[in-house]
Every structure is written in structure tokens, then in C-alpha cells.
Design a protein around this ligand. Sequence first.
Ligand SMILES: NC(=O)c1ccc[n+]([C@@H]2O[C@H](COP(=O)([O-])OP(=O)(O)OC[C@H]3O[C@@H](n4cnc5c(N)ncnc54)[C@H](OP(=O)(O)O)[C@@H]3O)[C@@H](O)[C@H]2O)c1
Length: 276
Amino acid sequence: MTDIPLLTLNDGKRMPQLGFGLWQVPADSATEVLRSALDVGYRMIDGAFAYRNEASIGEALRQSGLARDEVFITTKVWNADHGRDRARAAVERSLEAIGTDRLDLILIHWPVPSRDLYVDTWQALIEARDAGLVRSVGVSNFNADHLDRIIAETGVAPALNQIEINPGLQQPELRAANAERGILTQAWTPLGNGRSFAAAPIVAAAERCGKTPAQVILRWQIQLGNAVIPRSVNPSRQAQNLDIFDFDLSDDEMSAIATLDTGLRTGPDPSVFRLV
Ligand SMILES: NC(=O)c1ccc[n+]([C@@H]2O[C@H](COP(=O)([O-])OP(=O)(O)OC[C@H]3O[C@@H](n4cnc5c(N)ncnc54)[C@H](OP(=O)(O)O)[C@@H]3O)[C@@H](O)[C@H]2O)c1
């Protein structure tokens, strides 16, 4: 089975660099999909209340026979649950849905600046951590100004900021902003909906390394230092996406992939996204 590197977060906790994303996996098949992901070797799961499949995490874990502490479980507080009381209730609801007494990591899913409740929400997550309900706390889709505000108002920097990164949207400034604050960058939609699979630098590296375009892109993410959470409902692609630790991209290949940045998102802009 593949040895997935462990990264140390700014609170001293350790997390696999590569995990499995659960967005858009239908609830009625999510347990089976996740069982297969655990069987092929994933040990970190990226869930969210908003994905409507949190219960599959606990169910797949129980079916797998793995011990709870062998799998790193992340979930997220949705936009409708911002605010101190609602966020605390959301943490407890996710614990119950997953069927565990402690999460490894919980994230604020989006900052929703128009509601201006993300500082209160952050405070609630810190309190949940201090109460032992969750080991680490982090954010998702936060820009540098959002990060600075929660750090200034609470003194606690997130362990991780999960943001959209793929060859078409590389976000070098935000990655640097995370790093300057001791925050790990985790890449969502790491494969970019396949939009760079046919790009010349990806194809050339794939041919040289005997790998697929998806594997080259995931390897590029790993060499940038990002944590990464690809999703596939297909067991052979699940295995393929784990099989990226036996080759290296050269400096020239990394530089060539850097030229594919278009600055165009596949998802919403966090500074204005406000869906509840
Ligand atoms: N925080 C946020 O706001 C946020 C937003 C979006 C996503 N996320 C997280 O990030 C995770 C990953 O992002 P994502 O689910 O959008 O997309 P992704 O992992 O970048 O790509 C998934 C798509 O790529 C296909 N795929 C996977 N492996 C492949 C391979 N080796 N070759 C060819 N195609 C492949 C999958 O199809 P098959 O299933 O058919 O293989 C699926 O259509 C999500 O599941 C979620 O956990 C977070």
C-alpha cells in the first residue's frame, strides 16, 4: 500500500498530505465509494455538512474495520451555520452524523464576508477545539484579509486554508500568504475538472514519467507543498490518484506547468460567495 507523506500542522498535529474528497458523491452511494477509497489506501477524508453525505464517513469507517485513529476526518461548517451558537451546534451535529466523538479537523467552509460572522464562527471552532470535540481548526476559501482578521481578533491562526488550486488557477500570492502565517495550503478541485489534461507541459511530463495527466497534476501539487484531496467514484482512478509517490517532476517541468495559470476559477469567488 502507498505510503502517503504526513504533514505537521501549526498546532503540532499530523495529517496525510493526500486525502479523498466527498463533494458531489451521492449520499446513496457514498459509503460504497468511501469503502473502496479506504480499501485502496486513503487515510484522510474531506467531508462537509453541505455535501449531504457525512453519515457515509462513519459508516465506511465501521465497515472497513480500521480503527478511528487510523483515518483523519475533516468536515466543514456551512454558511447558514455562521455565528457562535449556530457554529457550535453545527460541530455537534456533524459529530453525530459521522458517529464519532471527535473530529480531526473542522473548517469554516466559506468566509461569507457579507454576513460578517466569520470571526464569531472562528471563535466557536476554537472553543470546540478547547472542549475536545475537534483536534485542529482551519478555514476554507479565506483570502489574506480574512485570515488577518481572525488571527488579530482571536490570536489563533488556522491550521490549514483549503482553497481552489489547479494548473489553471495556481494562486501563488494566496499560497505565499498562507505560508507566511504558518498555514498549510490544501487544494480543492485539484484536477481542475480536467481543463489542463491536454496542455502540452502536462502531456510531456506524463509521457516522460509514464503517468497520466491526472497523476502529473497531483504530483505537481505535492511538489508545491500543497495538501490535496482528489475525488473519484471509480476504484481504479482512486488507486491511480494515490500512485504518485514514485516519481518526481523536474524543475523545468514544474516551471512549464506554472505557465498554465490563467487566474480563472472553476468555482465561486470567496470575496462575494454568499449561498446559504
Ligand atoms: N472547500 C470548498 O469550497 C471545496 C470546493 C470544491 C471541492 N472541495 C473538495 O475538494 C475535493 C476535490 O475537488 P472536486 O471533487 O471538485 O474535483 P477533483 O477531485 O479535482 O476532480 C474530480 C473529477 O475528476 C475526475 N477524476 C478523478 N480522478 C481522475 C483521473 N485519475 N483521471 C481522470 N479523471 C479523474 C472525477 O471523475 P470520476 O469520479 O468519474 O473518476 C471527477 O469528475 C471535493 O470532493 C471536496 O472534498 C472543496
